[in-house]
Design a protein around this ligand. Structure first.
Ligand code: F6P
Length: 323
């Protein structure tokens, strides 16, 4: 390859910058002459907002959160004619391959794009949610978990001082990976995730009973945001009916920002470098991810059709650690 491009797409995640740096530097050090950065994900691809990157352009970003290329959720890219237009734009610039860093929606776009246009594409799993099938880990998950933990440790201090009960909502619209890991690591009294159904009333009655028997203690309930935006408020309301005075804290986009952890910098740098190596070795239509500590490739078709399930045994541990 003489010229390749890369983009970041969907919700940003801490570690996208070291991934960009890993791709750009590896490509330039491996004989690829031109590396282009596409601004704002697929939106910038359609708009032709594509600029050459040098080794210097990615200086001093390994420690920075967010993405220097900016990101967007691009609904237009779901239209085949728009994807064909994007391919024309790449061809006009002499760009022969594309690397996409993003979540599940971005991997779907990547697969359809290469299938329809023949332009080789490699995907990298970049999302705080850790919900990409085929990879045990995603760029940004570790940082998001640690950011949430930092916040909850502070909440625990005040909860202990006031013997109060907190409902802490973490991100994860479709998945409870963040909630489960955060819940175990912060010592949550209870964890609620979208993967497992529960009876709201029973859950609140049990919790109220637990609290009644343990005066003097704090309580932290970690709730994954899930698809239902009112869930946390409904749990709070039910608990109030049962005589509790829960306080709500929604951590929200705080979890998407901040300097990537050492783990995420390492993961992102290695996946970025590997994406280029896979491309140069002739691979196409794959995502480069991690399984049992090793870097592997998975067909994008499999990534977008499989689902990644929350380990039931690990989730069960959240119910075993309360007093
Ligand atoms: O996919 C990452 C994520 O942070 C989810 O956890 C969350 O549900 C969603 O993005 C929020 O997206 P937006 O910033 O577009 O509201």
């Amino acid at each position: 390859y003489k010229s390749i491009a890369l983009l970041t797409s969907g919700g940003d995640s801490p570690g996208m910058n070291p991934a960009i740096r890993g791709i750009v530097r590896t490509a330039l050090n491996s004989g690829i002459e031109n590396v282009y950065g596409v601004q704002r994900g697929y939106s910038g691809l359609i708009a032709g907002d594509i600029h050459k990157l040098t080794s210097r352009s990615v200086t001093n970003i390994v420690q920075r959160g967010g993405t220097m290329l900016k990101s967007a959720r691009c609904l237009e890219f779901k239209v085949p004619q728009i994807r064909a237009k994007a391919a024309e734009i790449l061809k006009e610039k002499g760009i022969e391959a594309l690397i996409v860093i993003g979540g599940d929606g971005s991997m779907t776009g990547a697969h359809l794009f290469t299938e329809e246009t023949g332009i080789p594409v490699i995907g990298l799993p970049g999302t705080i949610d850790n919900d990409i099938p085929g990879s045990d880990d995603t760029i940004g998950f570790d940082t998001a978990v640690n950011t949430a933990l930092g916040a909850i440790d502070r909440i625990r201090d005040t909860a202990l001082s006031h013997e109060s009960l907190f409902l802490v909502e973490v991100m994860g619209r479709n998945s409870g990976f963040i909630a489960t890991q955060v819940g175990i690591a912060c010592g949550a009294e209870l964890v609620v995730v979208p993967e497992y159904e529960f009876d709201l009333h029973d859950l609140c009655v049990t919790l109220a009973k637990q609290r009644a028997n343990k005066l003097g203690s704090s309580g932290i309930i970690v709730i994954a945001e899930g698809k239902d935006p009112g869930l946390t408020s409904r749990i709070a309301y039910q608990l109030e009916e049962l005589g509790q005075e829960p306080k709500i804290c929604i951590l929200g986009h705080i979890q998407r920002g901040g300097s990537p952890s050492g783990h995420d910098r390492m993961l992102a740098s290695c996946l970025g470098a590997s994406a280029v190596q896979y491309l140069l070795a002739g691979y196409n239509d794959i995502m480069v991810g991690v399984q049992q500590g090793a870097i592997i490739d998975i067909p994008l078709r499999k990534v977008i059709t499989d689902t990644k399930t929350l380990d039931q045994n690990i989730f069960a541990i959240t119910t075993l650690l309360h007093k």
